[in-house]
Design a binder for this molecule. Structure first.
Ligand SMILES: [Zn+2]
Length: 201
């Protein structure tokens, strides 16, 4: 899938239908800015908007995703390529990370439950301390796994030279960060800067 190609295709089809960006936006109940974003390749229509948009432009979702009108003989092949590409692009990495986060939360709840229940359990103090330590060790293990999964699906774009790279695990863990950016040393130009995080495709 190619966002830019799809964007140009939306623009071309819209013009063939004699519609302005504003008219498309009004018919789909979205902002004009969103339509402009699609057409410049800076975003794909949400799944919920794909069908209404295609209906409006008189194209199929398959053609929208392919960014071109499709002849019958390549239609099926393109559809299969698009499905595989959709699965790889969005669902898989995010699902993986979501599963990790849920399991981290469960482990944390378990650790807290173990800690609290110790007040009611009659046993040696060292046994209690061991149980608590083990449950928190499990939490840290989960955190570590989450980081490993996050690293495996995240790549960074150097703010200085624009090249993409995967940081070393240690640099990733130690680097200061916000939700979208991380302070890393770029292996291409060697500069340290706040690099943009991108979910791997
Ligand atoms: Zn760089």
């Amino acid at each position: 899938m190619n966002q830019v190609k799809t964007g140009l295709f939306i623009k071309e089809m819209r013009r063939q239908k004699n519609l302005t960006q504003r008219e498309v936006a009004e018919k789909l109940n979205i902002s004009e800015k969103t339509v402009s974003k699609w057409e410049t390749g800076n975003g794909m229509p949400d799944l919920s908007l794909m069908l209404p948009l295609c209906e409006l432009l008189d194209i199929s979702v398959n053609e929208l995703l392919s960014g071109e009108k499709l002849e019958d003989n390549v239609y099926k092949q393109k559809a299969e390529e698009n499905i595989v590409s959709l699965m790889n692009d969005k669902t898989r990495p995010k699902t993986k990370l979501a599963i990790m986060c849920v399991s981290l939360c469960l482990t944390l709840i378990l650790a807290i439950a173990v800690t609290l229940s110790m007040a009611y359990v009659e046993t040696y103090v060292w046994v209690k301390i061991m149980l608590i330590l083990i449950s928190y060790a499990a939490v840290f293990g989960e955190i570590f796994l989450c980081v490993v999964v996050a690293v495996s699906i995240e790549i960074f774009e150097c703010a200085s030279c624009g090249k993409k790279f995967v940081p070393a695990l240690s640099a990733y863990i130690l680097g200061p960060h916000t939700l979208k950016k991380r302070y890393l040393k770029c292996p291409h130009c060697g500069r340290k800067c706040w690099d943009k995080s991108i979910i791997r495709k």
